[in-house]
Design a protein around this ligand. Structure first.
Ligand code: AMP
Length: 114
């Protein structure tokens, strides 16, 4: 069997995380190295390596992730704004090969990103 990613191990409760939301299709938890006062990772429970690897069958789950992010941003009171980041591939800085969206907020954001 292929080696599990760290996020698969979090889904399977093999390593701890501070979970802020969970349902049948996704999990949201605090980033261990936060880059903003709010920094939550939202991931599918399905093993999808990256945005680049999306298949047509993933349409619904990706839509669901964005709906969850929108609701989380409201629940976390990010009413002044928030940023959603999805790094895909090594040049973009993806370090974990399990699709994940960063939800960042609680401070002003700069543009362009580094
Ligand atoms: P990326 O660089 O876009 O692949 O993002 C991976 C993110 O996962 C980074 O922001 C890391 O801080 C975060 N991360 C890595 N390991 C853990 C962990 N065990 N629990 C929570 N977040 C993690």
């Amino acid at each position: 069997m292929a080696t599990k990613t760290i996020f698969r191990r979090i889904i399977d409760r093999e390593i701890p995380a501070t979970i802020v939301f969970e349902d049948e299709h996704c999990l949201a938890f605090q980033d261990v190295n936060p880059q903003a006062p709010t920094h939550v990772l939202v991931i599918p429970k399905k093993d999808i390596p990256s945005l680049a690897a999306l298949q047509p069958a993933d349409h619904a789950v990706v839509g669901h992730l964005l709906m969850v992010i929108s609701r989380l941003a409201a629940d976390l009171q990010l009413d002044r704004g928030f940023r959603v980041v999805c790094n895909s591939g090594p040049e973009a800085g993806q370090t974990v090969e399990h699709l994940h969206f960063h939800l960042l907020g609680g401070r002003p954001m700069l543009w362009p990103p580094g």
